[in-house]
Design a protein around this ligand. Structure first.
Ligand SMILES: NC(=O)c1ccc[n+]([C@@H]2O[C@H](COP(=O)([O-])OP(=O)(O)OC[C@H]3O[C@@H](n4cnc5c(N)ncnc54)[C@H](OP(=O)(O)O)[C@@H]3O)[C@@H](O)[C@H]2O)c1
Length: 289
């Protein structure tokens, strides 16, 4: 990689940021396509967010990914929001076009692509979505038009109910939201085609936790756990053992990163290169633990 006066700068802002995979994934893609871009990580504390976005304008930074805890707070500093960001109230991607900042959210399309590219069709299917946080909301919004039935279960039941009501207002669908009780999970799994864990349960260091007892998983189910650290969660292991089709959280991570890459560069993303870069960093991080 040769950095010159013409190199375009992209990056990710968040706090903490030290363990982000984005520089590895995005620089691998830029290098592969020989694009004159570089991608850096910036730790930005909440009190510095406004200055960071001013800095993006002042320095002519071309694109940013936005991660925890800034995805919602950042939108008031942007000039134009796409319809997904307007619904979600959160952005994970900014494009600086001639000094005007455009906000996007690629989490939902990342999840949709992760399923589609792995041979799981959503049309007319029943999806059971666990969680109603930022990622779950993005996934529900992206899935709502395609699926036949969507049930959203969350520990804080009112968040699931509010999300379902907001989606029904937009799409005129019959999306149901309720409490994440064991009986609700068991009952909905009986006729679900696709299960998505969009909670943080099972994430490092709580790698032995899962919201779904192994005996409720079945071969005709597709299971996506959006947790990507570890790469194979307890839910994913149990689903695999039950004969279900399993899609890892790394797939969503890659595809949301690929969508951001395409917004910044206008080029089709080299998805396989990005996948290998992510898996390689995750396996070396795993080896350090
Ligand atoms: N693969 C990817 O590309 C990708 C992208 C984004 C996020 N993620 C991962 O997705 C997970 C959620 O991220 P987020 O941004 O949506 O976070 P968030 O907005 O903080 O939401 C967290 C969700 O997890 C639920 N939860 C947390 N602890 C729980 C527990 N012990 N039992 C039941 N539910 C619990 C929360 O329920 P309450 O509302 O009841 O608290 C909420 O629904 C994280 O692990 C994150 O790393 C992956």
């Amino acid at each position: 990689m040769v950095i010159s006066g013409k190199t375009r700068v992209c990056g990710v802002i968040g706090d903490p940021i030290a363990h982000t995979l984005s520089p590895t994934i995005q620089n691998a893609a830029f290098n592969h396509l020989k694009l004159d871009f570089v991608f850096l990580a910036f730790r930005v504390k909440p009190a510095d967010l406004e200055n960071a976005i001013r800095g993006m304008r002042g320095l002519g930074i071309h694109g940013l990914n936005v991660t925890m805890p800034h995805k919602s707070a950042v939108i008031k500093y942007l000039d134009q929001l796409d319809s997904t960001v307007q619904f979600l109230g959160s952005a994970n991607t900014i494009l600086n076009r001639d000094g005007k900042l455009f906000g996007f959210n690629t989490d939902g399309i990342g999840a949709l692509k992760a399923l589609q590219e792995n041979g799981v069709a959503l049309y007319d299917k029943k999806v059971l979505l666990l969680g109603a946080g930022g990622a779950a909301k993005a996934i529900a919004f992206a899935f709502a038009e395609e699926i036949g039935e969507l049930v959203i279960l969350n520990r804080a039941a009112e968040k699931a109910a509010e999300l379902a009501a907001a989606l029904n207002r937009v799409f005129g669908t019959k999306i149901v939201g309720g409490a994440l009780s064991q009986s609700a999970v068991q009952q909905n799994l009986q006729d679900a085609d696709i299960l998505v864990n969009a909670t943080s349960v099972g994430m490092h260091p709580n790698v032995n936790q899962s919201l779904v007892p192994a005996q409720w998983l079945k071969p005709d189910l597709a299971v996506m756990d959006i947790v990507y650290n570890p790469v194979e969660t307890k839910l994913a292991k149990d689903a695999k053992a039950a004969g279900a089709k399993v899609i890892s959280g790394v797939e969503m991570l890659i595809h949301q990163g690929a969508a951001s890459f395409e917004i910044w560069t206008g080029c089709p993303a080299p998805v396989e290169v990005m996948r290998q870069a992510a898996l390689s960093q995750l396996s070396s991080a795993g080896a350090e633990k």
